[in-house]
Design a binder for this molecule. Structure first.
Ligand SMILES: Cc1ncc(C[n+]2csc(CCOP(=O)(O)OP(=O)(O)O)c2C)c(N)n1
Ligand SMILES: [Mg+2]
Length: 674
């Protein structure tokens, strides 16, 4: 056997990726080096926590080193798509994260990779295709699938690794993501780190199957349970899987039986674990075992100790270094939640007469035509051309590779889009009804919405939400959700009303580097015909739209309420200004404020319930900004705070009627100064 030199600088340069598969003799020194480093850092984290240098939830990887190091060495950082979780310190080290950065992250100082904004374990480097975790267990799995799918869409031969605990394996996204990867034949290793506990919950309360890998059969893929305390077993299994995936492209489910030798986090002393079980764990302790294996290969005690001392000294030096950095400064941070938009000019579009639905279809067609890397995903959008037919002709024109019917899994689909947006694909996701977007609140609102803030990278995704009532489809198919979706920093929300606005919203949102939602009121899909005359200048679209001129009152209406208000205004020839903010988040009310300053009065009309919509936000802003100019109290006309009822008579009562709008306008016009 040719022995490696046991020193950090030599061992860290060894290429152990699956295409350079190492022998056990070559592998063990490298694995031990990373395992030892991970353990040593964990020890120091706890110490720094006790001394008050590290705060928050200090979660450590002690006992999990064989799994984290064995699973990560076969992957190619910067090429493969990797998203690892809170007990994967060893994998961060293998993927090249410098220990100094990690200490800074834990200390939340100025030099921390998240600028002190994010918790200890929530770091990574998205620019190298290592997606940073969010807390919600299971929600990094779908982005990994999307990332691999996107890179492969563009011809790259890549794979994915995503990890989950035994607890996290009970989340919906776990199931949705594996199923999605299997259906799309996307080669991702789903690795379950089964350490027997989720916080204090033992696995008997988590699942009822024998092995978690048994679930693989339900997805039509291969699954295996392995000893996660032996790095060589983990490494070899992953290498085998990658070699097999290169042939059949199917994902793999690997359950690694690992250990959590401490409590869930620094504050948990794991009193709920029986002494006998703790004893059993110590017997399987992976670091001790890897050390024994290394000595058995012929390395002597002195060589191994020298490597350990070298690493400990390095870590000590990094801690000293990390302690020197200043605390983060609120003033010095970039607090932008939106990626900067590089406004561009696109092809102009003119049409004499069209409706919202055909305008949206034309805009989608334009985006698909202009960008070969754009895809539309959703349910029944292919051959069926979507339930409202907004995808008419697109499947025929662009084929199954770019108009992709997916399973019923909104959360995983949204996460998938986030991942794909990171590997060169421009995804458009259609929801059948806006109501089903609640399935994807975490993925859209928390994962995609915070992406730029967390990573400094854009996440260009267009989510299309057919929304609103008036077509008698009941409370689960009629929601508007403007209140919900405007709550998330980092998400742009468009609410177009006319065909021209629909065209501009779709094309504008598509070209935006941020995740954008376009609310498409279903009732307006087929309403009035109108012309489109769009000069292609996207820099001009971010502005409220005005439909009528007048002096007596400023009206802000949303969605189908614009049309109702317009009908009433035209019928009675009121002298009022009717506005639609067009972009609800980040809302820009400049011209509307100017309007209120001239009319002195504001009426807001929204279809959502009183507390569920953005109307109150508009009123409060106007009240603050135009307080002196207001001559009477602003008024909100909205639906009541009840679910949207089904029967026509009840729905008609629910949605603000033209008569209610007329009365509100007349009351306000007639209102005396207060
Ligand atoms: C969706 C969600 N629910 C609850 C939590 C709180 N939480 C954080 S870690 C954890 C236990 C996770 O256990 P497991 O998945 O087995 O991973 P382990 O910590 O054992 O590695 C829980 C419940 C969370 N992060 N996400
Ligand atoms: Mg666990």
């Amino acid at each position: 056997m040719i022995k490696s030199k046991l020193c950090y600088s030599d061992l860290k340069t060894v290429n152990a990726s699956f295409t350079h598969r190492l022998s056990r003799e070559q592998f063990l020194p490298v694995a031990y080096m990373y395992m030892y480093m991970s353990r040593e850092m964990d020890t120091r984290f706890r110490e720094l926590f006790r001394k008050g240098h590290v705060k928050g939830t200090v979660i450590i990887s002690t006992g999990n080193e064989a799994t984290t190091v064995g699973m990560s060495l076969p992957f190619r950082s910067g090429k493969d798509i990797l998203s690892i979780l809170h007990r994967d310190l060893g994998a961060h080290l293998v993927f090249g994260m410098p220990p100094l950065s990690i200490f800074c992250q834990y200390m939340a100082n100025e030099n921390s990779p998240t600028h002190g904004r994010e918790g200890n374990v929530h770091f990574s480097d998205a620019s190298k295709r290592r997606f940073p975790m969010i807390s919600h267990l299971g929600n990094m799995m779908a982005p990994t699938v999307g990332g691999v799918w996107g890179a492969r869409f563009n011809g790259e031969d890549v794979f994915g690794l995503t990890t989950i605990g035994d607890g996290g394996s009970s989340t919906g996204d776990f199931h949705e993501s594996i199923n999605l990867a299997a259906v799309l034949k996307t080669p991702v290793v789903f690795l379950i780190e089964n350490n027997g506990y989720a916080y204090s919950t033992p696995v008997k309360n988590q699942y009822a199957c024998k092995n978690l890998s048994d679930r693989a059969v339900g997805y039509g893929i291969e699954g295996i349970t392995i000893d996660g305390t032996d790095p060589w077993v983990v490494y070899s299994t992953i290498c085998d899987s990658l070699e097999a995936m290169a042939k059949d492209r199917m994902p793999r489910l690997i359950e690694s039986m690992t250990l959590r030798l401490e409590g869930h986090a620094a504050y948990d002393n794991a009193e709920y674990v029986l002494d006998a079980e703790k004893q059993e764990w110590l017997e399987r302790e992976p670091l001790k075992r890897a050390r024994t294996d290394l000595l058995a290969l012929g390395y002597d005690e002195e060589e191994v100790t020298s490597l350990e001392n070298e690493i400990s000294a390095m870590i000590q030096a990094d801690i000293f270094e990390a302690l020197k950095f200043a605390r983060p400064s609120f003033q010095k941070q970039n607090w932008d939640v939106f990626a900067p938009v590089n406004h561009k000019k696109v092809q102009p579009y003119t049409i004499e007469k069209t409706r919202n639905l055909t305008a949206i279809n034309a805009a989608l067609d334009f985006c698909m035509q202009e960008h070969n890397d754009s895809v539309i995903v959703g349910q029944d959008i292919g051959v069926y051309e979507s339930p409202f037919k907004s995808c008419k002709g697109l499947y025929k024109k662009y084929g199954a590779k770019r108009v992709v019917d997916l399973p019923v899994c909104e959360s995983a689909t949204a996460g998938f889009c986030l991942g794909a947006s990171q590997t060169g694909v421009k995804p458009v996701m259609e929801f059948q009804f806006a109501d089903f977007s609640t399935e994807a609140v975490t993925q859209i609102g928390l994962n995609a919405g915070t992406w730029y803030f967390r990573t400094g990278l854009g996440a260009p995704i267009l989510f299309r939400l057919p929304c609103g009532g008036g077509i008698t489809v009941g409370m689960f198919h009629s929601g508007e959700f403007d209140g919900l979706w405007t709550r998330f920093p980092g998400l742009k929300v468009f609410y177009p009303v006319t065909p021209q606005e629909c065209y501009e919203a779709i094309v504008g949102a598509f070209h935006d580097p941020n995740p954008c939602l376009v609310m498409e009121h279903k009732l307006l899909y087929w309403s009035k015909q109108d012309s489109i005359d769009f000069d292609g200048d996207l820099s001009k679209i971010d502005r409220p739209r005005c439909y009528t001129q007048g002096n007596d009152l400023t009206i802000v209406a949303l969605g189908a309420m614009v049309e109702s208000a317009l009908t009433v205004i035209n019928k009675f020839s009121y002298s009022v200004q009717l506005w639609n903010p067009f972009i609800l988040n980040p809302i820009y009310l400049g011209p509307i404020l100017e309007s209120v300053k001239t009319t002195g009065k504001l009426l807001v009309i929204q279809e959502s319930g009183e507390t569920a919509g953005i109307g109150d936000k508009i009123i409060s802003t106007v009240t603050r900004e135009c307080f002196r100019e207001l001559t009477c109290t602003p008024k909100l006309v909205s639906a009541p705070d009840i679910p949207v009822p089904f029967a026509k008579e009840l729905e008609t009562f629910y949605i603000p009627s033209q008569e209610r709008i007329r009365v509100a306008i007349e009351t306000m016009i007639g209102a005396k100064s207060e």
